[in-house]
Structures are given as C-alpha cells and as structure tokens.
Unconditional design. Structure first.
Length: 218
C-alpha cells in the first residue's frame, strides 16, 4: 500500500506542472474566444467569407469558428510578446514590481505564488546554464550527503590561501531551488554525479520523490 501511495504522489508531482500550465493557457485562450465571439471581428470574418465565396451560408458557422480560434491563438501569442517586451521598459518593470509585491502580501496565496514565480524564473533565466555539473558532498556532517551544482571548477582566491584545488558550489534548498548557499569545497571532497541539471532540479523540487532515470539499468 505504501508503494502504491508513493507511486501515486510521484506521478501527481510529475504531471502537476504540465496540467497547471495547460489549464492556465486554455483558460486565457477561452477568454479571447469569448471576447471575439460576438465582436466586430466576427462580423468582419463572416462578411469576408461570404463575399469571397469561400463557403456557403450554412457552413459559415464552422468556418467562422476555425478562423476565430486561429485569430485568438495569434492574438494570445502577440499579447504575451507585447507584455514581455513592455516588462523590459523601466516604467512597466516598476508597475510589474509593485503588482508582484502586492500579490506576495496576500495570505496563503503568497507562498504558492512566490514559489512558482521563482521556479519559472529559474528555468527561464541563464542561471541554469551557470550550473556546470551536479555534485554530491558530505554536508551538514560526515555521513550525510547533499546535492548541489558546481558553478566554477576553480577558485584562485581561496586556493591561494588553502594551497589546494577548490571549486565553487551552489547548495539549493528544497522545494525551492532558487534559494540556498554558496560554498567553496575542496575538489577531493566533491563527487561528480552523472545526472542532468534539469533532472537534479526536479529531484530537489520534489523533495527526492522524482528520481532521475537509472542509466545503469538501460
């Protein structure tokens, strides 16, 4: 029974981000469909289809719906591009920062919102590219291992003091991998793991539930 429950939660965590993304995208898409359904755009499309002779009047509803769906999708994509471009401008960036601070203050909602925002920013930013390798080392004490990301395979400032090869490592927290600690370790104390950075991030976010594929079994 425990294995079934573990498998259930593992599967739930694995598909939840995909389901939420599809749900939100579909919700926004439906809003555009509703707005365009009885607008002047719909009237213009119907007139265009009739005058060009592309379809008969009885088939007008079918062809109009197709065109509205296509138009809604294009409008949604363009709107996201415009919003993304606007957020790069100082004024809009300031407004976006104000709204972000407002949402963070909402009880309960703030924890979910801030976590999702930070995770999305991690995948969208160049920070993920800065992670060179997934590593394992003993922390916080001997016999306990932590997983982190090597950000630089050398640190000459520290090496000049220790006279030993050192490396920079970012130790993320779980389930939010955007926060954590920067530590400098001896290379001899770091074990390189044959895991993709993406898989390691999923492992940390899930609290160890979603394990990377075992390459030895393939």
């Amino acid at each position: 029974m425990k294995r079934i429950k573990a498998s259930f939660y593992s599967g739930l965590i694995a598909i939840l981000p995909i389901v939420i993304t599809i749900y939100i995208f579909n919700w926004i898409f439906q809003i555009f469909l509703t707005l365009l359904q009885d607008s002047f755009v719909t009237v213009a499309i119907k007139s265009l289809v009739l005058h060009t002779g592309l379809a008969k009047e009885q088939d007008l509803y079918f062809y109009t719906n197709i065109l509205i769906n296509v138009l809604s999708f294009i409008t949604l994509v363009l709107m996201l591009i415009i919003i993304g471009t606007a957020m790069r401008v100082f004024l809009f960036k300031k407004i976006g920062g104000y709204l972000n601070n407002l949402l963070i203050k909402i009880p309960l909602f703030s924890q979910i919102y801030s976590t999702i925002t930070q995770i999305i920013s991690l995948f969208a930013s160049d920070r993920q590219k800065a992670y060179q390798k997934v590593v394992m080392f003993e922390y916080p004490r001997k016999g306990i291992y932590s997983i982190g990301f090597m950000t630089a395979d050398t640190n000459h400032f520290v090496e000049s003091e220790t006279n030993e090869p050192m490396c920079n490592v970012f130790l993320p927290t779980s389930p939010n991998p955007t926060s954590g600690m920067f530590i400098v370790l001896k290379k001899s104390e770091v074990i390189m793991l044959d895991i993709k950075v993406d898989d390691a991030i999923k492992l940390i976010i899930s609290g160890g539930v979603i394990l990377p594929p075992n390459k030895k079994e393939n």
